[in-house]
Design a protein around this ligand. Structure first.
Ligand SMILES: O=C(O)CCC(=O)C(=O)O
Ligand SMILES: [Fe+2]
Length: 434
């Protein structure tokens, strides 16, 4: 195979358009939603001798001050501990034992919205939602940039509901990589055609967010933890109405998968996961195939629509200084001593030797020229994966020992046959050649 620079550039452009169509989805969904007025009533109190009531559709400043005074100073998590620090977070907090709200995120339709707009899920996937706390941000309150601490391995995100109380400032800012989104709920609520209404924002746990300083009034929020349930971990199916961006994803993917210069000898084509999934030694990552979320779920769905064989796999580069492996499992080499000359055995049965190559099938380093059956190529279409894990290993041998780090990178991997044997279907949503 001869290196063809021009063709490589064409393929890189195609990979970039897959990448940018995956990146076009923000990692949150937000808006306002109409709500019956009686659902805006909240009861609160720290002991049973005095219970107060507030109606968020028309609260007086005094009622909001009383609610604020009944709160504790808000804490935040640092190294599994709750701490208070006004330079980092200034707000009031009430835990769920001290209030009762008539508002229900599920009845308001927000869980359906999260499922469709954030998770990009099928109708058969449900979400567990758990009310976590109430917060009151008075004048000068804020919460600096942070990520929420997942409370369980199935927790994938948070939902914040903003009541329609008068306030200015307090914009909700989300950040991922070099991108930033600022949501001004004070404005969204006052401009909303729905009266009454609440604001909402749901986002993945690995997304950094902050609440800018409130300059007047009271900003009152409910925060919910969002979990995947076992029932929600159902196989990804194609859905009847794919989102518009799935069409723009299907087109460059189809062109890439049917291009005979892509992995001309066949091999594995990898796409980095956009979300962070819990990882640990011994975990079989093929199980993630049924619980992908957001753009990862959308990519899986488009690949299924195109009729190609795909799974979730771990990629290991430069194991033992030179071998590359693909595995179903996160390997643990620290359990028992291994012989430095037998990495294949140490990596276990779930691992196969692969040769890291570029998309046009040129090996990055030629390592197995004399092998009887040369390893299949493994090439990355999108480079970054948010789900990775690294663990140290020690391999011993008669003459030397080797100490290294196993870097597990998790990818969505398409098993591509050689070009003459490839079968790729066109998707209905696709604008190929149009
Ligand atoms: O109250 C809000 O708007 C967000 C609060 C938040 O980010 C948190 O409690 O972790
Ligand atoms: Fe947060």
């Amino acid at each position: 195979m001869v290196y063809d620079r021009k063709n490589y550039q064409v393929l890189s452009k195609l990979c970039n358009s897959v990448d940018s169509s995956l990146s076009s989805r923000p990692p949150y969904c937000a808006g306002t939603c109409p709500i019956p007025p009686e659902k805006l009533v909240l009861f609160y109190g720290n002991d049973s001798s005095k219970v107060s009531r507030i109606d968020f559709s028309s609260p007086t400043p005094e009622e909001l001050d009383s609610l604020s005074n009944a709160c504790q100073p808000a804490s935040f998590g640092v190294n599994h501990e709750r701490v208070h620090h006004e330079s980092y977070r200034k707000a009031g907090e009430m835990n769920i034992a001290s209030f009762a709200t008539r508002f229900s995120a599920r009845n308001a339709g927000l869980i359906l919205t999260v499922r469709q707009e954030l998770l990009d899920c099928n109708e058969n996937r449900d979400i567990k939602v758990e009310l976590y706390k109430l917060n009151v941000y008075g004048k000068d309150s804020f919460f600096k940039a942070h990520k929420d601490t997942p409370r369980h391995e199935t927790m994938f995100g948070s939902l914040v509901v903003i009541f329609p109380t008068h306030h200015e400032g307090g914009e909700f800012v989300l950040r991922e990589g070099y991108r930033e989104w600022s949501l001004d709920f004070a404005k969204m609520l006052s401009d909303s055609p729905h009266r009454p209404c609440v604001g909402y924002v749901a986002f993945f746990s690995d997304v950094e967010h902050e609440v800018r300083q409130v300059t007047s009034g009271h900003r009152v929020t409910l925060t919910y933890n969002l979990y995947l349930t076992p029932e929600s971990q159902a196989p990804i199916k194609t859905i009847s109405a794919p989102a518009p961006y799935e069409g723009s994803l299907a087109a460059p993917l189809y062109t890439l998968l049917t291009d005979p210069t892509v992995l001309p000898k066949g091999g594995y084509l990898a796409f980095g996961l956009r979300r962070h999934y819990p990882l640990g030694e011994g975990i079989n990552v093929t199980n993630y195939k049924t619980c992908l979320t957001g753009t990862d779920a959308a990519l899986g769905r488009v690949l299924t629509t195109l009729g190609v064989d795909w799974n979730v796999m771990v990629f290991y580069r430069n194991v033992g200084s030179y071998n590359d492996y693909m595995s179903e499992e996160v390997v643990n080499l620290s359990k028992e001593p291994h012989d430095i000359y037998d990495f294949d055995e140490a990596m276990g049965e779930a691992a196969v030797l692969v040769e890291f190559a570029s998309v046009d099938g040129i090996p990055r380093v030629r390592r197995h020229p004399n092998a009887e059956t040369p390893p299949r190529h493994f090439a990355k279409v999108t480079v970054d994966t948010m789900t990775c894990w690294s663990s140290p290993y020690v391999m011993s041998g008669h003459y030397k020992a080797e100490v290294g780090e196993l870097n597990a990178e998790v990818y969505i991997v398409v098993d591509l046959q050689e070009p003459v044997k490839r079968v790729v279907r066109k998707a209905d949503s696709m604008e190929v050649g149009a």
